[in-house]
Design a protein around this ligand. Sequence first.
Ligand code: SDX
Length: 454
Amino acid sequence: MFGMIPCEKGPIPGEYQCIERIRLEMSRKTRLIVDGKTYELPLVTGTEGEKAIDISSLRSQSGLITLDVGFANTGSCKSSITYMDGEKGILRYRGIPIEQLAERSTFVETAYLLINGELPTRKQLNNFSVLLNDHSLVHEDMRQFFENFPRGAHPMGILSSMVNALRAFYPEIPEISEEEEINVTVTRLLSKVRTMAAMSYKISRGHKVVYPRHDLTYAANFLNMMFDSPVRPYRIEEEYVDALNVFWILHADHEQNCSTAAVRLVGSARVNLYAAISAGICALWGPLHGGANQAVIEMLMVIEENGGDVTPFIERAKDKKDPFRLMGFGHRVYKTYDPRAKIMKKVCDRLLKKMKISDPLLDIARKLEEVALKDSYFKDHDLYPNVDFYTGIVLRALGIPLNMFTVMFAIGRLPGWISQWKESMDDPAWRLQRPRQIYVGNGKRDYVPIDKRR
Ligand code: SDX
């Protein structure tokens, strides 16, 4: 409310208008003039002062729509989950800077924060961990699915299929409330996706499946399920668990990226959460998105095979005639160093030093970054290392196979997808997502019988 201050007479005779209110109202609107006609549209201002023109009434007022291929200038929703500033390299989950979470939190605690909006009390965190543990087993009948995929099947294809299949094995429970149903489904997904990832790895190698243990934390359990074996018990290194927690925290959410937008769009048709998450996994698989962490390592391996000289690859990335791009570089939102890449680079250095691991690809990555950041092409295009540039080196140090790198990203992004899906489902203004288009095809023409076609 505005304090009533002595004001001039308002535009409506006899009604006093507060100057503040007029100024505020004017700051909430903008005008669009097309073909001499003026349309007034509301302005929306975010927590950090970022502004948007609300065009939801544009077509009904003017018959006009907007066009924004790739949605680089288009907001799809208002959200309270993650804040990014691409120019300043800021990333916060529910207001908490990513640097603090990476330093002091765990992936399970960060998942709770994203999904519930607040950091958990000790009791809430303990209950959440117990629930995750209770839901960590996968239905035994699902093993046949894993066993019948071709050995060379990509783990992301297996994961998206198996997540979608979860609905068949865990149908809706009519006796419980919708909220309880969602809570159970959320915990099942967070816990079972991790188990399924390890399970698919073991089965793909013809190894005995290792079950989750109640005495291990989320990340330690995953590593144990991946690498424990009856003939060679796996030693869980604290450094590996710490590195994996930070990896997953950094990947946990990233506002309306491609895969999250897919989860929201598919979710807007009111499909079950498993189906919406499966769509997110498929979108993340792409090499321009989550698949980049695998593509970075493949690129570094090719550079190594070619003697380690980064210059030819820098030149190819700059050559418009060459489709080659520097994997792990550039970002739709960050026009400076991705804050996650800064953290991941430190984790990389710390982990390899502590575990006395020497990885030639790390030296090549460092060289590539050094040369690229000095090159005007990358500076002029605001191209800096993104989250994927160093993560692959950490995953290699953990022993994760290359074709599972994007699966690791998917496990990390799960709490983000879930929180964004929940936020859209809880939004009273939310409706089926159905973009429009501008048609540029043939004008009206008649059907031609086949013997008259040329
Ligand atoms: C992720 O959105 C998210 O938040 C995603 C993510 C998340 O957490 O969810 O952060 C995860 O997907 C990180 C990005 C991983 N992808 C890669 O590392 C692949 C390599 N990078 C790109 O292909 C590219 O930078 C994108 C796809 C990430 C962003 O591309 P944009 O915003 O669509 O930009 P663009 O393709 O229009 O490129 C703009 C210019 C072009 O040159 P011009 O035609 O204007 O002269 O920059 C050039 C591009 O050729 N360019 C690159 C480049 N990336 C952009 N040139 C060389 N190498 C690159 N990597």
